[in-house]
Design a binder for this molecule. Sequence first.
Ligand SMILES: NC(=O)C1=CN([C@@H]2O[C@H](COP(=O)(O)OP(=O)(O)OC[C@H]3O[C@@H](n4cnc5c(N)ncnc54)[C@H](OP(=O)(O)O)[C@@H]3O)[C@@H](O)[C@H]2O)C=CC1
Ligand SMILES: Nc1nc(=O)c2c([nH]1)NC[C@@H]1CN(c3ccc(C(=O)N[C@@H](CCC(=O)O)C(=O)O)cc3)C=[N+]21
Length: 281
Amino acid sequence: MILDGKKTSEKRLSLLSEKIGESGLYPRLATVLVGQDPASQLYVRMKHQACERVGIGSIGIELEAVATTQDVLDAVHRLNADSMISGILVQLPLPSQIDTHAVINAVDPAKDVDGFHPMNLGRLFSGSPLFSPCTPLGVMTLLSEYGIDPTGKNVVVIGRSIEVGRPMAALMTNANATVTITHSKTVDLSSITRKADILVAAVGRAHFVTEDMVGEGAVVIDVGTNYGEDGKLCGDVDFAAVEPIAQAITPVPGGVGPMTIATLMENTYRAEYLRSCGSLV
Ligand SMILES: NC(=O)C1=CN([C@@H]2O[C@H](COP(=O)(O)OP(=O)(O)OC[C@H]3O[C@@H](n4cnc5c(N)ncnc54)[C@H](OP(=O)(O)O)[C@@H]3O)[C@@H](O)[C@H]2O)C=CC1
Ligand SMILES: Nc1nc(=O)c2c([nH]1)NC[C@@H]1CN(c3ccc(C(=O)N[C@@H](CCC(=O)O)C(=O)O)cc3)C=[N+]21
């Protein structure tokens, strides 16, 4: 079975659009883009388009590639103080001269729709999340839409980044899975991945997950977005080889990527909703 992230995200965006319309609220997302990396520009554009589709206002702050940490912090502080803004997203990766941790830490946790602020990660890890990172939360939503319950399942996550691997493991733990996180220092990776009922690949290497690494009937989630030499987008999983033995698998494109964007929209609405109830100050 193919887990269709494109279709599922369309469904979620339509529902969200109705919900926003009925709420009388007008959420607004601010994106901060530093430099002119074409992939980052594309992603930011996609986020603005999704905003427009669901009735979220959006503004884009663009800074030069030579911007300093202080320049980015100034932009973030202005957005924190701006009562018109519900959510803030600083597009990653930032140029190497910028202190990414300082920037993430500067975002008001109540506007942190990416869920990368230590307070939000701490809440996620303690089992009472406020905002969870969009990519792993989008994976949870996709599984739930297909009726796949992680309870009691062996989940193996390849990758331990703050953006994907670690929060993925935390969300799965909160959903009662038994979780193993693996990374580049893991010994005998395939013996571990073969035991997974649900395998999540967030490595950043094309065709990294081959059929010998996957057990019969596993659910395979491919987070990778790699651009091949031909310029085409492909995931971390060798789809053609793994699909026949998997119970369910996400394609790239059309899998986790669109779910990330839909989840960002849901988090932004949530930020505005919580603010309107006075749940967050
Ligand atoms: N679809 C979407 O919405 C999104 C997709 N992505 C994509 O997901 C992928 C992962 O992203 P991200 O987590 O940010 O990437 P990072 O580069 O931050 O993390 C990659 C992880 O993979 C691990 N790794 C690298 N090589 C191996 C190996 N040989 N064996 C086992 N583990 C290995 C690294 O281990 P170590 O820690 O030891 O270095 C690291 O933990 C990328 O392709 C990215 O583009 C990311 C965000 C959103
Ligand atoms: N602060 C921050 N938050 C992020 O969430 C964030 C980020 N920085 N930096 C980069 C990664 C990557 N990311 C993706 C979003 C959508 C698709 C997506 O929709 N992909 C489409 C295809 C897009 C295409 O045509 O290339 C798909 O897979 O079908 C992919 C990847 C969010 N990220």
